[in-house]
Design a protein around this ligand. Structure first.
Ligand code: SAM
Length: 290
């Protein structure tokens, strides 16, 4: 797939668009925007504005909306355009398509139909945050947006507690304080983390600290803007039996067996099952003691 005398060969062309600063666009994306036969976008107004900023004329080419609410209806139309020999460009509202954004079904449909698919990579908030935050990047797990309600969010966090990789989460400013408090509880208060806000924009900010300190920082006031949260991996060191027992005994003074097991496992980055069994034993011994 390539540019041939100012034209693109038939296929699906995925482009990344800026996540803040309008100049974070690649030359290849601008080339494709100028010549693709059909333009499709999650938000047509955003794409039109970006094209205006960079002096790319739409001319009489179609600019179609493709988003999660009309994807099923629009996919056959876009596939038909490619089958008819046209190049179809797709951009999500900001950043990289398919990353917590629409586009996955479109890409899959194009592959299944045997069409050519290619991408001009570029801005992505997750990668920008990893680049900036000074937390380990050798392994990371992108988990997108966590569930918004308390119980579901805590369950999701418990599922991530043992992951030996930097966690990358998208979060709304409104929920940031609650999410950090839950993360401190489920993953352990001392874990290093970073809140990356308004990346590439005027008020870009990267606040680093323990989960506990960040939770305290954002408990009262919700910050403004867009946010990526990064959380360092848990401590994978072998914990001695006596330390483990000590932590479980302390937790059992104020918690049920189940909660104590969850808490200690998360705090120490250990598997929950053996800790739960240990907590059961300690609780049973206590009951037997007159
Ligand atoms: N596809 C996009 C990407 O490549 O990053 C992500 C789209 S997702 C719907 C939007 C979320 O990404 C925001 O709620 C925020 O968590 C994160 N995000 C997007 N732009 C950001 C920015 N400039 N600074 C910090 N986070 C950002």
């Amino acid at each position: 797939m390539n540019q041939v005398k100012g034209e693109l060969t038939p296929g699906l062309y995925l482009v990344a668009t800026p996540i803040g600063h309008a100049r974070d666009i690649t030359l290849r994306t601008l080339d494709w925007l100028a010549v693709a036969d059909v333009l499709a976008a999650e938000d047509t107004r955003s794409l039109r504005r970006l094209m205006e900023i960079h002096g790319v004329a739409l001319q009489d080419r179609p600019l179609l909306a493709y988003h999660e609410h009309n994807g099923a209806r629009m996919r056959p139309r876009l596939m038909a355009e490619i089958a008819a020999g046209r190049s179809v460009l797709y951009a999500s509202e900001a950043g990289t398509p398919t990353i917590s954004d629409p586009g996955f079904d479109l890409v899959r449909a194009a592959h299944v139909a045997g069409h050519a698919v290619t991408t001009a990579p570029g801005a992505c908030a997750a990668v920008a945050a990893l680049t900036l935050a000074g937390l380990p990047t050798d392994r990371f797990l992108f988990a997108g947006f966590l569930p918004s309600t308390g119980a579901a969010r805590r369950k999701a966090l418990r599922g991530l507690a043992g992951v030996q990789a930097t966690l990358v989460l998208y979060e709304s400013p409104r929920r940031l304080g609650g999410m950090l408090a839950d993360a401190a509880r489920e993953l352990g208060p001392e874990r290093d983390a970073a809140v990356c806000r308004e990346l590439t924009k005027k008020f870009e900010q990267c606040t680093r600290g323990s989960l506990e300190s960040l939770a305290a920082n954002y408990a009262e006031t919700a910050p403004k803007g867009e946010i990526v949260v990064l959380i360092d991996r848990g401590d994978s060191m072998i914990i001695s039996e006596s330390v483990l027992e000590d932590r479980v005994r302390t937790a059992l003074q104020t918690m049920s067996v189940r909660d104590a097991a969850d808490y200690v496992a998360a705090q120490l980055g250990q598997k929950r099952r053996p800790i739960y069994q240990l907590a059961m034993r300690i609780a049973a011994d206590r009951e037997d003691t007159p």
